[in-house]
Write a protein that binds this ligand. Sequence first.
Ligand code: GAR
Length: 203
Amino acid sequence: MPNIKIAVLCSGGGTNFQAIVNAKEAGLIPDGDIALVVCDHAGAYVLERAKKYAIPAVVCDRRETPDRALREQAILRALEAHGIGLVVLAGFMTILSEQFVARYAGRIINIHPALLPSFGGRGMYGLRVHEAVLKAGVKVTGATVHYVTGECDGGPIIAQKAVEVKEGDTPEVLQKRVMREAEWVIFPQAVEEICRTLRAQTQ
Ligand code: GAR
């Protein structure tokens, strides 16, 4: 059976995309191939990363096409054209519609920079999550990989890893630690696990 084709959807720097690429290059994702990058922000650094690895990239810019339904149509066309079997949201800052998500039910996953169900939901993304964590005074945070459903950050959890919150942390310092110790570790592992399962199902 052929490998599962993976699309990575990003909005910014793409360090999680890079972690998945690194895992692939290291032979840790034998059941999947990174076939496409979709970015909703022209000029995002992830596009440079995609170019470096000769991975095709499609831009559906939010300012150029403010209508989410039109952007989703363009994304779906690209996913279908590339035969994508697994959609990976890696710092993708658009909330996708229920109809979109339903098309890829069980084949669309997200990374969230906290231990869901805490510090998730609408408005909780990027640095805001770490700001909320520090404000709450919790001593442990982390990252969560989960299936994407119609409920924002509410889909079944696939993997989690805890990270210590330290005295004097700023949101930026904490974000980096959560990325390094949790996101970049569990996300590529989850991608491979799901590719392996999906591949086995198609046999
Ligand atoms: C990551 O920390 C990711 O967990 C978060 O955005 C960052 C993207 O960084 N995602 C969310 O907050 C989604 N709710 P990256 O572009 O360097 O991977």
